[in-house]
Ligand binder design. Structure first.
Ligand SMILES: [Mg+2]
Length: 485
């Protein structure tokens, strides 16, 4: 029987790390930003970049900084930022730094190796770029690093001090609403509406699942975004709030998953808060709170809840690690990358072909080397016995094997060059600077290891749920060992 999902495009599929029986899931929670609400990333990140830059100028940084332009797609998620050196790094699952940039300039292999690939490398010393919101922040940092290198005396601060300022200005932009007010004034410019989202959510409701919204965004912003994406998308559910049994805003994740704060109730007309105790009322809006209290009040066990989010740390690692919630990670990048990977299939086949050919040649050369070693040993023995005829024969043998090795060495190097060239072609076709999100060359990236360890399921967007039964048993074929048939 053929795989019933093979008719779906690769980016429409849901991928399984850990088996999950949806029949056992009673409640499904959703993060909002970059999960239910998909942003027009270039517009949003460019706005955040420009608004934060204004704060730098206002704080007395050189006015020429306002000439900096946002460059979309320079960075990807999953990178690490070395704030002390002004560098950005892509690391594999073994903490080996495979690509590094200083500002926007690539660091050569030897420098990268001497800086990072010693024994002392600890990923926790660096800032992890986990969210799309962090991309514009780090983009601004690398642009300022370039500026500081070009004009050494204009900013008398270390890279780290500049980053600390940057964080402060981002917080300020959030607090004074300078980014969010612009987004709220015209959501259509910044948000990509998914016309299948309402259908996907309705299928879950029809299957008897209790849905909740759990976001770090505040009430005003949440209401505006959710109204834009869901109001009037289904005639039985005119308001977005009709879909969700509970709505929790300004939740303060990741602390929400580890703390024990009480809930506050949001007066949705005025935005004012009032203290709350006792059970959570249906279709009301709450603020703060904690996951353990939520479970108690909503009467769900941890493993009866599936939480859907895009933040590997804030949404996924803690909810699963601390509370045993089941998790679905939204990896928006797959939408682009899986289409590209499909196109690049012939390149993969070519890489595989060259790897096999190289391995075969390498085995062949090992045998020649062994033969050469044996001849050398025999030759030394024969020299001690002054057996001239034998020495002559062995020297001819030695020349033969040496010539064979000499013939094969450039072919082997040719395979190495070809494999590297094909890998680079593959990586740069997906993203010119950093390559694939989940891979570093032939290895898994650090991000891929985190996804594998903490996300039970992952997919490119929430509406892909509509292709799967809400009672489906998602089976993992992930535990296949290298020796399994
Ligand atoms: Mg989010």
């Amino acid at each position: 029987m053929a795989n019933p999902y093979s008719k779906l495009e690769l980016w429409q599929r849901i991928y399984v790390n850990r088996s999950l029986n949806m029949e056992r899931i009673k409640s499904i929670g959703f993060d909002m930003d970059h999960t239910l609400v998909m942003y027009n990333r270039e517009a949003f990140e460019s706005l955040a970049f420009c608004e934060t830059l204004k704060k730098f100028i206002a704080a007395g940084y050189p006015v020429e900084l306002s000439d900096l332009k946002f460059k979309p797609n320079f960075l990807i998620r999953g990178l690490l930022v070395d704030r002390d050196r002004g560098n950005v790094l892509k690391v594999d699952g073994h903490k080996y730094v495979k690509t590094a940039f200083h500002g926007t300039k690539k660091i050569d292999r030897d420098t990268r190796h001497s800086l990072y690939n010693g024994e002392s490398f600890k990923a926790q010393d660096f800032l992890s770029v986990d969210t799309f919101f962090a991309l514009s922040e780090v983009q601004l940092f690398v642009e300022i690093v370039d500026y500081m290198d070009l004009h050494p005396n204009k900013i008398r601060k270390t890279y780290r001090e500049v980053y600390d300022d940057l964080r402060k200005f981002i917080d300020l932009s959030h607090a004074d609403g300078s980014i969010k007010n612009i987004v709220m004034s015209d959501p259509s410019k910044f948000v990509r509406k998914d016309k299948h989202l309402a259908t996907a959510i309705m299928r879950l409701l029809d299957a008897g699942k209790t849905l909740f919204l759990l976001t770090n965004s505040g009430w005003d912003y949440t209401n505006c975004m959710m109204t834009y994406i869901l109001d009037n998308e289904n005639e039985d559910f005119p308001s977005w709030r009709d879909y969700f049994e509970f709505t929790i805003v300004a939740a303060g994740k990741p602390a929400f998953f580890t703390g024990s704060s009480p809930f506050l109730e949001v007066m949705t007309d005025s935005g004012l808060l009032k203290s709350h105790s006792g059970s959570l009322a249906r279709h009301r809006v709450y603020q703060s709170g904690s996951a353990s209290l939520f479970q108690k009040l909503a009467k769900f066990h941890g493993d009866e809840i599936l939480y859907v989010g895009d933040h590997i740390f804030g949404d996924i690692m803690l909810s699963k690690g601390k509370l045993n919630w089941r998790t679905l990670l939204v990896v928006e990048e797959l939408e682009h990358e899986l289409v590209q990977l499909e196109v690049l299939k012939p390149v993969f086949a070519e890489i595989q072909k060259n790897i096999y050919a190289r391995e075969s040649l390498d085995e062949d050369m090992q045998i020649i080397r062994s033969n050469l070693m044996a001849v050398n040993r025999h030759l030394q023995n024969s020299m001690r016995g002054h057996d001239v005829k034998k020495i002559h024969h062995l020297e001819k043998e030695k020349d033969k094997y040496t010539a064979k090795l000499a013939d094969r060495t450039p072919i082997l190097e040719g395979f190495d060059d070809k494999i590297n060239e094909l890998l680079q072609l593959k990586e740069s076709s997906i993203q010119p600077m950093w390559g694939e999100l989940m891979k570093v060359g032939l290895e898994r990236s650090r991000f891929a290891y985190q996804v594998e360890g903490f996300a039970c399921l992952y997919t490119s967007r929430v509406s892909n749920l509509r292709f799967y039964s809400p009672q489906k048993v998602f089976s993992s074929f992930h535990d296949i060992l290298p020796h399994d048939p």
